[in-house]
Design a protein around this ligand. Structure first.
Ligand code: 13P
Ligand code: SF4
Length: 304
């Protein structure tokens, strides 16, 4: 049954000349049918460079919006229209405009996990893969970083002379990681390397040997000689990690790290997208032009 639907998806994607791209946090079945699986930065780059005019985006709303910002001539379809990002919802353009009025002359760095109208009134975006390098591009002494306060605090230590102003946003999936569970895992596996996503809280990051985006975590875990790896990011990365490194052991906290929104995307959704050509995500042109500035600036900065 599952194999049948996968076959149908691949056949339809070929017929319709569509590219299926997926974030690592989607379920393994979706990785299997996708043409490209990556982190937020990788997905934006792939959407921009792919020749196909139809993009089926398996991820969350802001990711499809970013693809629409970058590719106005392509049709961008979000696999499941209900897949949003609670962190992106923790900032509105109205609230950001108000904060900017209070902070004249202070540039705004906005995490790509945000809506297009928020990006449109930001100076530059970043993903977790290039947040430090983007932060290092500023000449100004004070920078407003929205909406992820954990990622903002993580970048602070690389620019000690600057003052980073925080926004009270966070990713519920990463923010809730329990440091006691991490310490217990480390104690039980003293030889393990600990890899964490910077959306985790500072006390969790303090326990990590490596901090980086999902692609950074996969790369580092695959390159190290260590056999045991403690993985502190959404559990979707475990599937590609095991595929690449069948001899290694991947350990995760007792409380599972699951993004319920990423998990809303299903194979049936992809099939429906390909047959109905919906739901299309299209950013309005006036917003798109403004948001494109911040996104293109982000893409010009390499990975950390
Ligand atoms: P990256 O894809 O940048 O690792 O970010 C993780 C995330 O939370 C995406 O929503
Ligand atoms: Fe948003 Fe966190 Fe889910 Fe990423 S993992 S989509 S930041 S809720």
């Amino acid at each position: 049954m599952t194999e049948d639907i996968k076959k149908k998806i691949r056949q339809l994607a070929k017929e319709r000349d569509a590219i299926i791209i997926s974030h690592y946090y989607c379920v393994p079945d979706i990785h299997d049918v996708a043409d490209f699986v990556g982190d937020s930065l990788g997905l934006s780059q792939e959407a921009a460079r792919s020749p196909q005019k139809l993009i089926i985006f398996c991820g969350v709303h802001f990711m499809a919006e970013t693809a629409s910002i970058l590719c106005p001539d392509k049709t961008v379809i979000l696999c499941n229209i209900d897949a949003g990002c609670p962190m992106a919802d923790m900032i509105t353009p109205e609230a950001l405009a108000k904060r900017k009025e209070e902070l004249p002359g202070v540039p705004v760095l906005t995490y790509v996990n945000s809506s297009a109208p928020v990006k449109a009134i930001s100076d530059i975006c970043c993903t977790s893969a290039n947040a430090v390098k983007v932060m290092q591009t500023f000449q100004e002494d004070r920078i407003l970083f929205t909406p992820d306060r954990n990622l903002a605090m993580y970048t602070q230590k690389f620019v000690p002379d600057k003052e980073i102003l925080l926004w009270p946003g966070f990713c519920p999936t990463h923010h809730r990681v329990n440091v006691k569970e991490v310490k217990a895992l480390k104690k039980a596996h003293p030889k393990a390397l600990t890899l964490a996503h910077p959306e985790c809280q500072a006390k969790v990051l303090a326990e990590a040997d490596f901090i980086g985006s999902t692609s950074g975590i996969i790369k580092t875990a695959s390159e190290t000689d260590r056999r045991e790896l403690i993985i502190l990011t959404e559990e979707g990365v475990i599937y590609p990690l095991k595929k690449k490194n069948p001899e290694k052991v991947f350990l995760t906290p007792k409380t599972p790290m699951i993004c319920p929104n990423m998990k809303k995307n299903t194979l049936q959704n992809i099939l429906d997208c390909l047959t109905t050509n919906s739901p299309i995500i299209k950013v309005e042109e006036d917003i798109r032009i403004l948001a494109l500035r911040a996104v293109e600036r982000m893409l010009a900065v390499p990975r950390d």
